[in-house]
Design a protein around this ligand. Structure first.
Ligand SMILES: [Zn+2]
Length: 247
């Protein structure tokens, strides 16, 4: 099938020539797809407003010998605030970069696609605190990839009472007695409860809650260690920009 249609999200855009853009699309039907948008850098191009950062669109694609090209595009959701507000922009950029790193080309990943859409929408609409959306997205992405941390007790001895550390090598919580040579991030009981709530209910099931900064920090380090250990990804450039945002 040389021509195909799918809805998709724009994960990344690079200028390709004076008038073309090279786009990384995350399509519902075909997963991650690098595609050429001919003429999209020209302001009068029909593709200009649809092939833009974080946009959700319906795309008609043609698989050529060298490139897949975007032949037509219809905008479904623009997520405009994500391009106008600096903290939101860097948050969305980070989500998209993380997706680009973990997704394989031409492998459909419907669960991840739905999660990405929910996260971008929650950021754009301001339904939940920005940092909570980012931390929940990281954790739920780990779950979709099959690396959900085990949080019900120490994975070695079954102990239910903390204190616990989160160990990527163990795949979940370890008590101090079982930690041995493993590295781990200390998690408070509040952080463990928050992680469990996120994993059970998903983004849609989270109410607007005031999460202490210390818990968000623990989640940030805990999830990140799981990513590094399980996916082999190393350098996510926008993460540094995001973590250095004021406030
Ligand atoms: Zn133990």
């Amino acid at each position: 099938m040389k021509q195909w249609q799918s809805e998709g999200l724009v994960l990344r855009i690079r200028p390709y020539s004076e008038s073309d853009k090279l786009v990384t699309l995350f399509t519902l039907e075909g997963g991650k797809v690098p595609a050429l948008a001919r003429g999209a850098r020209k302001t009068r191009s029909k593709l200009a407003g649809v092939v833009d950062s974080f946009c959700r669109g319906d795309y008609l694609l043609y698989r050529g010998k060298t490139f897949t090209t975007i032949q037509q595009a219809t905008l479904l959701e623009g997520f405009r605030r994500l391009r106008e507000d600096v903290p939101l922009y860097f948050s969305a950029l980070y989500l998209c970069e993380l997706l680009e790193k973990v997704l394989e080309e031409h492998h459909p990943a419907e669960g991840v696609y739905r999660l990405a859409l929910k996260a971008l929408k929650a950021l754009n609409d301001g339904e939940l605190p920005r940092e909570l959306v980012v931390r929940a997205f990281e954790l739920l992405l780990l779950k979709e990839l099959g690396y959900s941390p085990s949080l019900t007790g120490c994975v070695e001895c079954g102990r239910r009472e903390g204190p616990f550390l989160l160990s990527p090598a163990a795949g979940g919580l370890l008590c101090r007695g079982c930690l041995g040579q493993e590295r781990g991030v200390a998690l408070s009981s509040g952080s463990i409860a928050l992680m469990q709530r996120i994993l059970e209910r998903g983004l849609g099931g989270l109410k607007v809650v005031r999460v202490p900064a210390a818990q968000l920090k623990e989640l940030r380090q805990g999830s990140w260690d799981f990513f590094l250990y399980n996916t082999g990804i190393k350098n996510v450039k926008s993460r540094a920009c995001l973590e250095n945002l004021p406030g």
